[in-house]
Design a protein. Structure first.
Length: 141
C-alpha cells in the first residue's frame, strides 16, 4: 500500500491507493460527429455572415453612387444658377454704365449751356451798361 501523509494544512499527499481510469462517457465516434457537425454549422454561419456582409457592402456602394450622382446633379444645377445670376448682374452693370454715361453727357451739355448763357448774359449786361452811359441827348430824335 502506498504511503500517504498529511501536511500541516491537513491535505493528504502521496500516491493514491488505486489508479483512477477515466473513460469518455460518449463513444469516440459520436464525439467526432458532434465536432464535425459544430464545424459545419460554424462554416454555414460564416457563409451567412459573409453573404450578409457582401449584401451590405453592395447596398452601401449603391447608396454612395446615388449620393454622388445627387451631389453632382446639385453641383451642376448650382453652377448653372450662379452663371445665370452672374450674367444678369453683368447685364445690369452694363445698363448702369450706359445710364451713367448718358447722365454725364447731359451734365456736360447743361454745363455748356450754362456757360454759354453766362457769356451771353455778360455781353448783354455790358451792352446795357454801355447803352445807359451814352447820353440820351446826343441821340437824334
Amino acid at each position: 500500500m502506498p504511503e500517504t501523509s498529511r501536511n500541516f494544512h491537513g491535505i493528504y499527499t502521496g500516491t493514491p491507493n488505486a489508479t483512477v481510469r477515466s473513460e469518455p462517457s460518449v463513444p469516440h465516434g459520436i464525439n467526432q460527429d458532434f465536432t464535425l457537425r459544430a464545424i459545419m454549422e460554424l462554416q454555414q454561419s460564416t457563409g451567412h455572415l459573409t453573404a450578409a456582409m457582401q449584401s451590405l457592402k453592395e447596398t452601401v456602394d449603391k447608396q454612395e453612387t446615388r449620393l454622388q450622382e445627387a451631389i453632382d446633379k446639385q453641383g451642376v444645377s448650382l453652377k448653372e444658377t450662379i452663371e445665370s445670376r452672374e450674367t444678369r448682374i453683368v447685364k445690369a452693370i452694363e445698363k448702369q454704365d450706359e445710364r451713367i454715361a448718358k447722365l454725364e453727357q447731359s451734365v456736360s451739355d447743361i454745363s455748356k449751356k450754362i456757360y454759354a448763357a453766362g457769356a451771353i448774359l455778360s455781353i448783354v449786361v455790358i451792352l446795357v451798361g454801355l447803352v445807359t452811359k451814352i447820353p440820351w441827348s446826343s441821340m437824334p430824335g
